[in-house]
Ligand binder design. Structure first.
Ligand SMILES: C[S@@+](CC[C@H](N)C(=O)[O-])C[C@H]1O[C@@H](n2cnc3c(N)ncnc32)[C@H](O)[C@@H]1O
Length: 192
């Protein structure tokens, strides 16, 4: 299991972008903002997991997960609170939440390979009460709603790098967030 080297902040994904110049919003459009990119990443990571059992990259590092869990503890978030991980990737954060005792957790990602990978990792960990779904957060197909906690580690960043009208996509992100998050719910973006 490797960990993201960035250590924090929304600039982390942007820093990986290697071409083009910033748009008016300061982001450099990049393949990192496209579904094709993430499909290819998770197809590769799924293969690696099957061959070697490596769960792949943890964006922003393991400490970012611990920090959020400590925050949830400090604020006495009940273990049965509904939690949504937006763009869950390999789902390792879901595993950590479940091991801590959270019992109502859902991960979504628009990459089917990411959901397959997170499902395989969750199964290997022997955890059964985690919901997973292939969903484009910008075009939600089902009535996902009423979450107490929404977590995003790296997904808004990725969306912000989309070469095709990222500004609109960020607005849509906010709309989707307001749909899935309960009134007075909590939203955590990347590291706190
Ligand atoms: C930087 S990775 C972070 C993955 C994971 N949250 C983590 O911390 O390891 C960004 C993730 O967002 C997902 N993603 C990007 N745009 C998305 C969208 N519109 N809907 C759902 N998932 C999306 C990608 O497939 C990828 O898994």
């Amino acid at each position: 299991m490797s960990s993201g080297a960035d250590g924090g902040g929304g600039a982390a994904v942007a820093a990986r972008s290697d071409k083009g110049s910033p748009g008016e919003d300061g982001f450099v459009p990049s393949a990192l903002g496209t579904r094709e990119h993430w499909d290819a990443v998770y197809e590769r990571e799924l293969q690696t997991f099957r061959e070697y059992g490596d769960t792949g990259e943890i964006w922003f590092g393991e400490e970012s997960m611990n920090r959020l869990i400590r925050w949830m503890q400090k604020h006495k978030i009940p273990l049965d609170a509904s939690v949504l991980d937006i763009g869950t990737g390999n789902g390792v954060f879901l595993v950590e939440l479940a091991k801590f005792g959270f019992s109502n957790i859902t991960g979504i990602d628009y990459s089917p390979s990411a959901i397959q990978l997170s499902g395989s990792i969750i199964e290997k960990e022997g955890l059964s009460n985690i919901k997973l779904k292939v969903e484009d957060f910008l075009n939600l197909s089902t009535q996902l709603s009423g979450f107490h906690i929404c977590i995003d580690k790296g997904t808004f960043d990725a969306i912000s790098l989309n070469p095709d009208n990222a500004i609109e996509k960020r607005k849509q992100y906010v709309k989707s967030l307001s749909r899935v998050l309960k009134v007075k719910g909590f939203f955590s973006n990347n590291v706190m």
